[in-house]
Design a protein around this ligand. Structure first.
Ligand code: 0WD
Length: 256
């Protein structure tokens, strides 16, 4: 029996079979969790349906996290299938492409800043708030995905770095708020992985090569690496861990 047997997990953020959320869903399923999946829009629905088939899930619901009404509807609909929720995975991030090219100030506008923070950070708290009634008192876990650009300045990541810094603070405040009712909140800071979202970051190929050459493990991480760590962090094996950012980056952040 897997270490997530009996757990019900909602995974938000599958956009393709390359998505980090795909790797997370796969690992959670393998460890015995029952899954519900969401898709951002009709364009992505087929791919999420494919994921649902692969992971034996019959709950596939729409949710664009930019829309309050869609977040509310998501949990109303989920409540028709499940009477409680143990795991919430938030694997969503976005900034307008022009903000991720060139220097930090080149693509910076008030609007790009607001969008990056809204989709990449606010949405975690919004989903946590909406999920709260279903998660209370179940020793549940919430997990999000962050990146090293939250704590280090670097080329191209630009306003996403600020949004990820906000996201990491969000994890600590949520953990503090929800801890008394038994819900843990953590983040995984993943090394670079080629996904749809990553294709928007300028010079991504160079980033992968630089990381591979410098990491202690001399390789980049995979969605399987991140998925396995995510399954652990959302399981009762990690019952003493909350408010943390765990690096799954082949050790890159530990070397100069
Ligand atoms: O190197 C990487 N790929 C890393 C990604 C390193 C470290 C962290 N991350 C983070 C990302 O910032 C993000 O928070 O991991 C998370 C997942 O990203 P991913 O797996 O790299 O990217 P992808 O497969 O594209 O999934 C992100 C998805 C979106 O895909 P697109 O390509 O359409 O932007 O986030 C979803 C969407 O499916 N998404 C939304 N979902 C609901 N509502 C929204 C939205 N408004 N916007 C984006």
């Amino acid at each position: 029996m897997g270490f997530l047997a009996g757990k019900r997990a909602l995974v938000v953020g599958i956009a393709s079979h390359r998505s980090i959320a795909w790797g997370i869903a796969e690992a959670m399923r393998r460890e015995g969790a029952e899954l519900a999946l969401t898709y951002q829009n009709e364009r992505l629905k087929d791919r999420v349906d494919e994921a649902a088939k692969e992971f034996g899930s019959n709950i596939v619901l729409p949710c664009d996290v930019a829309e309050d009404s869609q977040i509310d509807t998501l949990f109303t609909e989920l409540g028709k299938h499940w009477d409680g929720l143990d795991i919430l995975v938030h694997s969503v991030g976005f900034a307008p492409r022009e903000a991720l090219q060139g220097g930090f100030l080149d693509g910076l506008t008030r609007e790009n800043f607001a969008i990056a923070h809204d989709i990449s950070s606010y949405s975690l708290a919004a989903l946590a708030k909406a999920a709260r009634p279903m998660m209370q008192g179940r020793n549940g876990a919430i997990l999000t995905l962050t990146y090293l650009g939250a704590v280090r300045a670097m080329a191209s990541y630009n306003v996403m770095g600020l949004a990820k810094a906000s996201l990491e603070a969000n994890v600590r405040f949520l953990a503090y708020n929800l801890g008394p009712e038994g819900t843990r909140v953590n983040a995984i800071s993943a090394g670079p992985i080629r996904t749809l979202a990553a294709s928007g970051v300028g010079n991504f190929r160079k980033m992968l090569d630089t990381v591979q050459a410098a990491t202690p493990l001399r390789r980049n991480v995979t969605i399987e690496d991140v998925g396995n760590a995510a399954a652990f962090l959302c399981s009762d094996l990690a019952a003493g861990i909350t408010g943390e950012v765990t690096y799954v980056d082949a050790g890159y952040s530990t070397v100069a």
